[in-house]
Write a protein that binds this ligand. Structure first.
Ligand code: 8YV
Length: 313
């Protein structure tokens, strides 16, 4: 397979890079600032693209790669891949579901606990020596709080299962009611937000779900409500979120993703009721290794004419 050209869209995992390099003719896109020239010289040999949540394969790139057969994403989310275009051109697409579910759900619970119990702020309290001057203020209890989940897919369900163990009543919104779920269903995000303490974004980013968290939803969640986002930044109208937090119209937020990563609105840095993490939902050694192995497994299966492990298209 050494002659098969594989284009890695951006740096994502040294282990994946090394394993791709051992098996294929690997092109690191970020090493070629002159994209046009690079594509003119190499496009014809590139048969696979490996992308992630930062860069994937949009219509423009796909159109530049006449030999492209497969896009293997090092992510479960496929918002950086033009799925319609792939389908139309018969290009296969794979992602990395299941292997990252537990980590992302763990982080969602971590953000809930950290936000309500103010773990980061209290850590800073100890480090700065403030404790010597007096006890830390009281925080908000997590166990038993109503958790509303947008998107009851693999990750949403794993979050629900974990939150249930904390005695939290679970409700959800999704396009269609899940007939096999006992959790309370709300047919709109505003209704879900009006009836929960903690609202979690756990759905895929599509044109339909872009800015699913808008002013109306934030107002429905209210000054005692907390937003947790482990989905994608563009699920949230970020300027609306920032002003609601700054003005105290929203109780708090635990955010792993942002609209313009790695840029994060600096007004959030001042707020103790906000916990910020740098898109690390799947960021453990174990999970990133499993994701990389899945990307490699899909590529090998494709080029050996075997069934793909995790096909999407
Ligand atoms: C990663 C993700 O952050 O799976 C997803 O959709 O957002 C993440 O697992 C990313 O793709 C790793 O580079």
């Amino acid at each position: 397979m050494e002659s098969i050209g594989v284009l890695m869209a951006c740096p994502m995992s040294p282990y994946l890079e090394q394993e791709l390099d051992r098996r294929f003719k690997l092109f690191r896109f970020w090493n070629f600032p002159q994209k046009k020239e690079f594509l003119r010289d190499n496009a014809s040999v590139i048969r696979a693209v490996v992308g992630n949540a930062t860069a994937g394969a949009d219509a423009e790139l796909i159109d530049c790669l006449p030999s492209l057969e497969i896009v293997a994403s090092f992510s479960v989310g496929l918002d950086k891949v033009d799925l319609g275009k792939c389908e139309q051109k018969g290009i296969r697409v794979t992602n990395t579901p299941d292997v990252l579910t537990e980590d992302v759900a763990d982080l969602a619970i971590g953000l809930m606990l950290a936000t309500l119990r103010r773990l980061c702020e209290s850590d800073r309290y100890v480090r700065s020596g403030s404790w010597k001057k007096g006890d830390f203020k009281l925080t908000t209890k997590f166990s038993g709080k109503t958790v509303g989940i947008i998107g009851l897919g693999r990750i949403g369900l794993a979050i629900a299962k974990r939150a249930e163990a904390f005695g939290c009543p679970i409700s959800y919104y999704s396009r269609t009611r899940k007939t096999d779920s006992e959790y309370k269903y709300y047919p709109s995000v505003v209704e879900l937000a009006s009836n929960c303490h903690i609202l979690v974004v756990a759905c895929a980013l599509t044109e339909e779900t872009r800015h699913i968290i808008n002013r109306e939803v934030i107002d429905a969640l209210g000054p005692k409500g907390v937003l947790i986002n482990i989905g994608r930044g563009p699920h949230v109208d970020e300027p609306e979120l920032v002003s609601a937090l700054v003005e105290g119209r929203l109780g708090g937020a635990g955010l792993d993703v942002f609209e313009h990563e790695p840029e994060v609105p600096e007004q959030l840095f001042e707020l103790g009721n906000v916990v910020l993490t740098p898109h690390v939902g799947s960021g453990t050694v174990e999970t990133r290794t499993a994701m990389a192995d899945l990307v490699i497994g899909n590529l090998e299966a494709h080029f050996l004419n075997k069934p793909l492990l995790t096909p999407v298209v």
